[in-house]
Ligand binder design. Structure first.
Ligand code: ATP
Length: 526
């Protein structure tokens, strides 16, 4: 078995990533947007399978947040908001990325990402050296090796020094130092090798548009770059109408837009994407406890669908303008460990600023303390699309399995949590040219479709039909054969083990529901 994200060398990983992208297209998960016009950079459309999987991911998050917590309620706020909101939140002044152009190739890059690439290279060298030594020595002491091997120590120190200088330059907006660092590290355009760079300048990531009835700057609207602000400005509406007491949370799923400078990693970095965010309103001073609490809760949510070794926490070196503590949940994508979710302690930054700019009180009266205060906030923010990519890249497996004649054959299978799978059950007649089998299969489909998402297919031989379902991750396939006509039983085949059992048709709905229902997943979070 060969998981698509196993540690492989760089070019193999690139190949596997390309395969993931083409698998998404071939099986109707994701298409490039506006493909007939050659696509639109950083924008993608979800096909029939993708729409199902995306909805299941959202349902898993929504239920884990809103259904499992009595004190978390949902919201669906508008994408357009008053432009002052983005002034108060800091996005107008500070939601920038450092941009650099290569004068020869005319390609545009994020200066911080070019520098991070150098750190990644040093880290990759270290890992390679550690792996070499592990193979060479019995009773290998990894910590000792990392701490004493002169080359490893030197690379680690260099990586650390670069990371610190980068973090500082970002913090104080020192674009000249980013440029100096790029020059000192002799960073070249990854595509052409040219070192002919422009200066580094800040680029604001918000998309803007114009309201029809207000001319000029006043009518300039932004497409929200995060869903969080819709929650902040509705905080008192929600609190009053639901009578929640601090601590309580507001959860929202919705589109966000960022004019990303570089959007090259498929759905990892898009210009239009979807977020699942939850703001948890708490007493000032309790933020570190809640921060810890939500770190654990969110990691448990990820671990219920993703192997633990592909997940890790990474503290922020460079805190955003609104945070006093921040950590990423990183997933090992085919291109390395990268941010999947952010957990931030945002203090009273947002509510405080909205209070100051709007002139409206953003305070909560705490009946236990008998005092009013602006609550602090801990937020959890995960991208639907990144979660989608994490689920798929973890699931996609090529393996050699015996075929019906016992010969080796290969299959591609999406081993994802059954509750997330786009189709739960496929109904397949053994022979498409037999009216009785087809009639029976269609009758079974008509019963089962009320319980979960089913697919009927009679357009190929049974072996091929199984492979097709494996490739979209369908956990169960029913085969309607001649015995079905005699005794009303079917074989039910499980995706991962490919084991088949014979069960009465009357029990299929219960069996499939029991094994694929979202309830199983949610119970793991208890
Ligand atoms: P990055 O550092 O990768 O740009 P970020 O720290 O700016 O991400 P947040 O502002 O914390 O991201 O957003 C929360 C989550 O939204 C991220 O963890 C990610 O899952 C998702 N997200 C952010 N930007 C994008 C994007 N351009 N495309 C897809 N998902 C995104």
């Amino acid at each position: 078995m060969n998981s698509i994200t196993q540690s492989l060398n760089h070019s193999m990983q690139e190949e596997l990533f390309k395969r993931l992208v083409s698998h998404c297209k071939e099986y109707g998960f994701i298409y490039p947007s506006s493909e007939v016009y050659d696509g639109l950079g950083g924008v993608y459309d979800y096909g029939p399978m993708g729409a199902e999987l995306k909805n299941n991911i959202k349902e898993y998050w929504w239920k884990a947040m809103v259904q499992l917590h009595e004190n978390i309620v949902g919201l669906d706020s508008a994408i357009f908001m008053h432009p002052k909101i983005w002034k108060a939140s800091g996005h107008v002044d500070a939601f920038n990325d450092p941009l650099i152009d290569n004068k020869d190739s005319k390609k545009r890059y994020r200066a911080d990402q070019l520098i991070e690439g150098e750190i990644d290279k040093l880290e990759a060298k270290i890992e390679k050296e550690v792996e070499k030594a592990r193979k060479k020595f019995d009773n290998f002491d990894e910590a000792l090796f990392r701490g004493t091997n002169p080359r490893v120590v030197d690379w680690a120190q260099r990586a650390d020094a670069i990371a610190k200088r980068l973090a500082n330059a970002m913090k104080v907006n020192d674009m000249a130092d980013l440029k100096a660092l790029i020059e000192e590290l002799e960073i070249a355009d990854p595509d052409t090798g040219s070192r002919n760079w422009t200066e580094v300048r800040q680029f604001n990531l918000m998309f803007s548009t114009q309201m029809s009835n207000i001319a000029g700057e006043e009518g300039k609207l932004y497409l929200r770059p995060e869903t969080a602000q819709g929650i902040f400005v509705n905080f008192l509406n929600v609190q009053k109408t639901t009578r929640q007491k601090v601590p309580f949370g507001i959860a929202q799923i919705g589109k966000a837009f960022r004019n990303e400078i570089v959007a090259r990693q498929f759905i990892f970095r898009m210009r239009e994407f979807e977020q699942m965010e939850m703001q948890y309103f708490i007493r000032p001073g309790s933020e570190m406890d809640w921060y810890q609490y939500w770190k654990e809760k969110r990691m448990a949510w990820h671990r219920a669908v993703t192997p633990a070794q592909k997940l890790r926490f990474k503290d922020h070196d460079n805190l955003a303008h609104y945070a006093n503590a921040a950590v990423d949940v990183q997933f090992e994508f085919p291109f390395g460990f990268k941010e999947l979710e952010g957990i931030h302690s945002r203090t009273d930054f947002d509510l405080g600023n909205h209070q100051a700019l709007s002139g409206k009180k953003m305070q909560y009266f705490d009946p236990e303390l008998n005092e009013a205060y602006v609550p602090y906030v801990v937020e959890t923010s995960v991208g639907v699309d990144r979660m989608f990519l994490a689920v798929l890249s973890n699931a996609l497996v090529d393996e050699t399995v015996p075929d019906a004649q016992g010969e080796d054959s290969t299959r591609t299978v999406l081993r994802m949590a059954p509750a997330l799978a786009p189709v739960k059950c496929a109904i397949l007649p053994l022979k498409a040219n037999n009216d009785e089998l087809v009639g029976k299969a269609k009758a079974i489909f008509s019963q089962l479709k009320f319980h979960f998402k089913c697919q009927y297919d009679d357009t190929a031989g049974i072996g091929k039909l199984y492979r097709r379902q494996d490739a979209i991750g369908t956990p169960y396939c029913l085969t309607i054969d001649f015995e079905t006509l005699e005794n009303d039983t079917v074989t039910i085949r499980e995706r991962d083990s490919m084991k088949q059992e014979r069960v009465p048709v009357s029990r299929v709905a219960e069996i499939v529901r029991e094994r694929t229902d979202m309830t199983r997943l949610l119970e793991m979070l208890a």
